[in-house]
Write a protein that binds this ligand. Structure first.
Ligand SMILES: Cc1cc2nc3c(=O)[nH]c(=O)nc-3n(C[C@H](O)[C@H](O)[C@H](O)COP(=O)(O)OP(=O)(O)OC[C@H]3O[C@@H](n4cnc5c(N)ncnc54)[C@H](O)[C@@H]3O)c2cc1C
Length: 391
């Protein structure tokens, strides 16, 4: 099998890259190890930055998002039983975010790719990337039990944190930066209307809680739990009780309960792989970097990478100049590190570390008070939350 751009992984990064390339007349083949139903059901992110929503629209993939997505102009910070609303457009010159689940983004992109785009092979597991520093990379893969090889001019690892593409980088030519956190998120999906119309980020002495949503009738809620927690050990009632404690306020706000339809634990990690390019192999999305979910950035970073990469590949095709491909890694890493900083800041601002002292707790309150009382501090948060510009 032969193509111009061989893409490993049909998560948001691989799917959007294939879509952008198709619109620019560049051939690609996408290899995805899982089946279609699994990829479309995998519950993950749900907050799209303004730039991500704009990128999906520009790719012709924004129609259902514009119909069903929820535009959010604010988030709420809760601490010491108080509520503080951050008005995103007022602080950022009109920018907002859109609540639209990653499952729906993937469904839309898969449908478009199968209808109009190049081959998208499910149950096709890439085994390696070979010859990335030569003229033509090769991707051996196994598709429904048969072995084959994809030959391409460029290979792109959009294969997430546990993919194979990173392994093709020579040991001496890469560096990994990593931090793990001693806590995780217990997340639930519940068939109940959200108890607040915007996201609520709560810092509490018992730990962090987040009230979020997937639609007007489905709530997405999270609790900070110790790393390694087994989701099955929390009953639905215990989860609702704990959410109520951590989210409670001095006013008459109440948490609505409903049937829990899904429960899972997400570990928290910060990770960056430098560089994001080796020869004719590029990394994009979670294959290159992971952020803790507190800032709602993972999916948005992945989109930023592939918009930058698609532009560079199209530029090379149209002008013959490799300039943008050569600067791809440095361009993306500038945005990646700003996002790593923000995600880490939000995480340490709102979570209770197991060894936290009373002094640490007071510092967290002081940092939150500062955001609530200083337009400069609040603007800093709002600018990062709605997204850093693409490089
Ligand atoms: C459990 C969980 C919860 C999350 N929650 C949030 C959240 O609330 N908010 C937020 O902003 N972000 C969240 N994230 C992060 C966000 O979902 C990711 O940043 C986003 O999915 C990145 O997209 P991607 O395309 O780079 O990688 P992925 O979505 O991981 O896609 C990679 C794809 O590659 C495929 N693949 C892997 N190896 C191979 C191979 N060898 N051959 C072929 N295919 C392969 C995988 O099956 C997968 O489909 C969460 C992540 C996880 C894991």
């Amino acid at each position: 099998m032969r193509t111009t751009v061989g893409i490993i992984g049909a998560g948001p990064a691989g799917l959007l890259l294939a879509r952008l390339l198709h619109r620019a007349g560049v051939d690609s083949v996408v290899l995805e190890s899982r089946d279609r139903a699994y990829v479309e059901r995998r519950q993950r992110a749900g907050i799209l930055e303004q730039g991500t929503a704009d990128a999906l629209r520009a790719a012709g993939a924004g129609e259902r998002m514009d119909r069903e997505g929820l535009r959010h102009d604010g988030i709420e910070l809760r601490f010491d039983r108080h509520r503080h609303r951050v008005d995103l457009p007022a602080l950022t010159g009109g920018r907002s975010v859109t609540v639209y689940a990653q499952t729906e983004v993937c469904k839309d992109l898969i449908a478009l790719q199968l209808k109009e785009g190049g081959p998208l092979l499910f149950e096709a597991e890439a085994l390696a990337v070979e010859g990335a520093d030569g003229g033509r990379p090769r991707i051996p893969f196994r598709h429904q039990g048969r072995e084959d090889v994809l030959e391409c001019d460029y290979a792109v690892g959009c294969d997430g944190f546990r993919g194979v593409a990173r392994e093709a980088f020579p040991a001496g030519g890469r560096r990994v930066f990593e931090r793990t956190y001693p806590y995780a998120w217990l997340g639930v999906l519940a068939d109940v209307a959200p108890s607040h119309d915007e996201l609520v980020y709560a810092r509490h002495e018992r730990g962090f809680a987040l009230l979020s949503m997937r639609s007007p009738s489905v709530s997405r809620l999270y609790l900070q739990v110790p790393a390694g927690t087994d989701a099955g050990r929390w009953s639905d009632e215990e989860i609702w009780d704990e959410l109520e404690r951590r989210l409670e306020t001095d006013d008459d706000w109440r948490l609505e309960r409903g049937p829990v339809t899904q429960k899972s634990v997400t570990p928290m990690r910060s990770f960056v792989h430098e560089p994001m390019r080796h020869g004719r192999l590029f990394l994009a999305g979670d294959a290159a970097h992971i952020v803790p979910p507190t800032g709602a950035k993972g999916l948005n970073l992945a989109v930023g990478d592939v918009v930058t990469l698609a532009r560079a590949l199209v530029h090379e095709k149209e002008t013959g100049s490799p300039d943008l491909l050569d600067s791809y890694s440095a361009t993306c890493l500038r945005r990646v590190w700003q996002t790593e900083r923000f995600s880490s800041d939000m995480t340490t601002l709102l979570h209770r570390a197991p060894d936290a002292t009373a002094f640490d707790a007071r510092l967290q309150s002081a940092r939150l008070e500062r955001i609530a009382s200083s337009r400069a501090a609040e603007t800093d948060l709002a600018e990062a939350y709605t997204g850093f510009p693409l490089g």
